[in-house]
Ligand binder design. Sequence first.
Ligand SMILES: C[S@@+](CC[C@H](N)C(=O)[O-])C[C@H]1O[C@@H](n2cnc3c(N)ncnc32)[C@H](O)[C@@H]1O
Length: 270
Amino acid sequence: MIRYGPARIARALYRRLLRLTPFLEEKIRCDAFPRPQFAYGIYLAARQAKALGYDGFSAIEFGVAGGNGLIAMERIATEIGRSMGLTISVYGFDTGQGMPPAVDYRDAPFIWSAGQFKMDFALLQSRLDHATLVIDDVQAGVQTFLNTMKAAPIGFISFDMDYYSSTTKALAICDAPHQRFLPRPIFYFDDIVGDDDELHCEFIGELLAIREFNDAHAAMKIAQIHGLETKRAYRDHWHVKTFVLHRFDHPRYCEFAGRDQNWQMPLEQV
Ligand SMILES: C[S@@+](CC[C@H](N)C(=O)[O-])C[C@H]1O[C@@H](n2cnc3c(N)ncnc32)[C@H](O)[C@@H]1O
């Protein structure tokens, strides 16, 4: 049961008011953006890009459906980009025709079915401001993106194609050369916590795709941000769904990207 106590109502009102302000850090801290998981990930990527001197980066949504997520991502990218002096380009990948048939039990067909989540392409295209749609099966779409689109390095990806098979194909983008990525892009996996009926585990779905990816890549690991939930103002499902792709061999992985390279901790005066 959802409870609407005074504290919850006050928080919701504060978030609504915050949305009207330019206070980006406070908006990120309080999850004021619709889809705070995108805002947090894109903001982290933006800080990394700024620290390393990039002009901008790409943010991707794998699995667009009607397009509500992509529109939210586009707005967040615009606001964070403007506030931080970066160009953040947005790409959405989808069949355009909804879910393909499941390949086998690893796609959890007890949750998802062919034909769910169809897109109205013309309507979505008319509502988008600057995002690019890549309409194809994701395996071909990734190749089109890598071979024909001069995209800025990838800084953020939301994986929301539900199936193990589709997520595995989407993860193949990580095998592109390092210059196509920031050293530590932020990844969000939507389908690792779901409704009670979904029963996610490491033997099916996105969690299996992540495990197999890590097993197959010695110099790249997809890892959760340890303890993320302990440093957020409000508890939310997306904390456990937020990961980083560590590209250990990326030529810029070891460059300092913190806030103060001359961080000191002098002994206090007595
Ligand atoms: C749950 S929906 C995405 C919802 C969307 N991210 C949102 O938040 O509004 C999953 C989408 O993944 C797409 N998809 C699944 N497998 C795919 C594949 N192999 N290639 C391309 N798109 C795929 C489906 O067409 C569907 O629209």
